[in-house]
Each structure stands twice: as structure tokens, then as C-alpha cells.
Design a protein around this ligand. Structure first.
Ligand SMILES: Nc1ncnc2c1ncn2[C@@H]1O[C@H](COP(=O)(O)OP(=O)(O)O)[C@@H](O)[C@H]1O
Ligand SMILES: [Mg+2]
Length: 331
């Protein structure tokens, strides 16, 4: 593909879940089927070597987007293009495998994704075997190289996941993700379960690896300070919709959507565990019965009549081309 095509293109992505009760229950109670729109017409690009970050409160659809982008979940509508190729239209098994090698995912709790009965060297080497990347005689050497790349010792390969701390386990998960030589990694709250000091070490490692290996990231977090540190571009999600998309400095210098401003104004404070937590006012509405018009209007400080009636379309603002879905945004 030409250098101008973004490596990742999410086009009009939506995810609708059928959350109806079982048929018989519905018949007896005379209830309609119920649908939950977890992701609503989401659009973004990620250029090669860059980080696009998704920020939003719990339940805003971040993980669902992540799963669709790596191909784990089929979008209800819309497309995911990787290097210009539609991820969900690949039918050839060999091409599917080739595509899977290029995309990896890192989760919040690596413990769940690390087989507790396998030695770390086996865990890290598994993708190399699965994708048939090296002759078996060369795998151990590759694993040592990966351990070194994530700041672990050669001897750590002989241990089991439970022998490590949370931060070290996330390093193991990163090494495993790197084992297939991916170009693109979706990081879903990768440091949210870690102490602040460990968190910054892992974030630094991820940044260094990105520079070294030219990796492209979709970075998901509910924490604006983490997002600010990692992102080139930021998408702010509210109830499944991207309400604002802008490059990092534009977003932090001039947040245009009232929800983005609310997230930023929410004074960070230290919670009982010594971690910063954000206070956001108002409650997230029921995603099955979203408010009419702009779904943010019940929590918005500005709300006009139009906001209750009409869904705001995305408009482009300023020389920085910030994309904002708000009726009342003017500049
Ligand atoms: N498999 C599913 N079936 C039904 N609802 C789901 C499913 N997965 C996610 N949801 C709902 O979709 C919304 C978005 O979820 P999620 O993507 O996990 O958000 P986040 O990662 O931002 O917390 C939530 O309301 C969640 O309850
Ligand atoms: Mg999530």
C-alpha cells in the first residue's frame, strides 16, 4: 500500500448487541426485543507508527471497538481496513493467518491471558510456533531476545507466571505480543491494574518499543493522564459515539466538546490506593435507553432545545481539523 494510506481505518463502525430476555419470558411478559448500541458509527484512522487513543468512561464502548479492530468481533455495520484491506472480507485461510500475525492485543489483566501451567519461555515462544516463523532450533534464542527487549532476564523464561509481579506479567504479555513481529497492537487498559510507579515504567517501555519497532498502537484507557502521555491523536467516546477527535495538543489546549471539558475539569484526586481518580459529575445513562437527541444532553452544562431533539452530526473545526459532534460548538 502507498505510504499515504493510514495503516488502520475504522469506517462507520457500529456494534449492536441483542440483550433481549429469552423468547418465552418475552412472550409471557409481552416484551419487545431489546438492543444495546455499544458502538455507534465510529470513524478514525491510525497512520503507521502512531498512537490513536480512545478515552471514555466505563461502558462507553472502548473494548468493543478494540475487539472489532483486531477481528475478534464482527461489526454490526461498518468496516475495518488494515493496510487498505477489509479485515472481515478475507476468506482465504492463509491470508487470514497472515493478517492475524500482523495484529496483536494486550489486555488489562495479563494473568488471564498467560497460561499458568506454562513456563514463560513457552508462553512467549508460542506465537513463533503457531505462525511458523522460525525453525524450532531458533525459537529459544528469539525468546531470549524478546525477554531482553521487555526488560526481563533470560532466566525468567524458566519461571511460571505466578512467580512475577503485575508489572512483570504485563512485560511477559508484551513480549508474547511482540513474538509474531506485529505491526499493530491494540492495548486495552494495559496499565490500569498497576501501581502508578510501575504503570509509568510499562508505558515508557511501550513507547520505546514503538520507536524501535515502528509499531502502530490503538491505546485504550479511561485515564486522561495516561492518554496524554501516550497519544498522537485522541478520540473521546461517550455512549459508543466519538464526540471529539483531535490531535493530542489540540485536545488538551482547546477541548471543544462539553464532555471533553468535563473529563478534563474533573479534578484528579488521589484515592485510597494512591492512584489518581477522576470525579465526573452526573451518571452515565442506560445504554439501552439512550437520551434523545445528543445523548450527553442530560449531563451537559450547555443544553439547548435542539440538543434534546436532534442528534448532532460531526463537524470539523479550526486549522487543526478537530472533529466534534456538538450542536453548540462554534469554533
Ligand atoms: N457481549 C455483549 N453483550 C451485550 N452487551 C455488551 C457485550 N459486550 C459489551 N456490552 C455492552 O456494551 C457497552 C460497551 O461495553 P465495553 O465495550 O466493554 O465498554 P468499555 O470498554 O468502554 O468499558 C456496555 O454497555 C456493555 O455492557
Ligand atoms: Mg473495557
Amino acid at each position: 500500500m502507498s505510504g499515504d494510506t493510514p495503516l488502520i481505518q475504522a469506517r462507520d463502525l457500529s456494534a449492536v448487541f441483542d440483550v433481549s430476555k429469552p423468547w418465552l419470558n418475552r412472550m409471557l411478559a409481552m416484551e419487545q426485543k431489546r438492543f444495546l448500541t455499544a458502538v455507534d458509527t465510529v470513524d478514525f484512522d491510525i497512520p503507521k507508527g502512531k498512537t490513536f487513543a480512545l478515552v471514555g468512561e466505563s461502558g462507553s464502548g472502548k473494548s468493543t471497538i478494540g475487539r472489532m479492530i483486531v477481528g475478534l468481533q464482527k461489526p454490526t455495520t461498518g468496516q475495518v481496513l488494515i493496510d487498505g484491506q477489509n479485515l472481515f472480507s478475507i476468506t482465504n485461510e492463509k491470508q487470514k493467518l497472515a493478517m492475524r500475525r500482523r495484529i496483536q492485543m494486550i489486555f488489562q489483566s495479563p494473568y488471564a491471558s498467560l497460561n499458568p501451567r506454562w513456563r514463560v519461555k513457552h508462553i512467549i515462544g508460542e506465537p513463533v510456533r503457531a505462525f511458523n516463523l522460525l525453525p524450532s532450533g531458533e525459537i529459544d534464542k528469539r525468546v531470549e531476545e524478546l525477554l531482553d527487549q521487555v526488560g526481563l532476564a533470560k532466566s525468567d523464561g524458566e519461571k511460571f507466571p505466578h512467580e512475577f509481579s503485575g508489572g512483570q506479567r504485563q512485560r511477559i504479555a508484551i513480549a508474547r505480543a511482540l513474538a509474531s513481529n506485529p505491526e499493530f497492537i491494540v492495548c486495552d487498559e494495559p496499565t490500569s491494574a498497576l501501581d502508578v510507579s510501575v504503570q509509568s515504567q510499562v508505558l515508557n517501555l511501550m513507547k520505546a518499543l514503538q520507536r524501535e519497532l515502528g509499531l502502530t498502537y490503538l491505546f485504550i484507557s479511561h485515564d486522561l493522564s495516561v492518554i496524554r502521555y501516550m497519544a498522537d491523536q485522541i478520540g473521546v467516546l461517550y455512549l459508543g459515539r466519538l464526540v471529539e477527535v483531535a490531535d493530542r495538543d489540540t485536545l488538551f489546549d482547546n477541548p471543544r466538546h462539553p464532555y471533553t471539558r468535563m473529563l478534563m475539569d474533573a479534578a484528579p484526586h488521589i484515592d485510597a490506593f494512591g492512584r489518581t481518580a477522576e470525579i465526573v459529575s452526573g451518571e452515565i445513562p442506560d445504554p439501552i435507553n439512550k437520551p434523545s437527541g445528543c445523548s450527553f444532553h442530560p449531563r451537559c452544562e450547555l443544553t439547548a432545545d435542539q440538543c434534546r431533539r436532534e442528534r448532532p452530526e460531526v463537524r470539523v473545526f479550526g486549522p487543526e481539523k478537530a472533529r466534534v459532534a456538538c450542536h453548540l460548538c462554534t469554533a
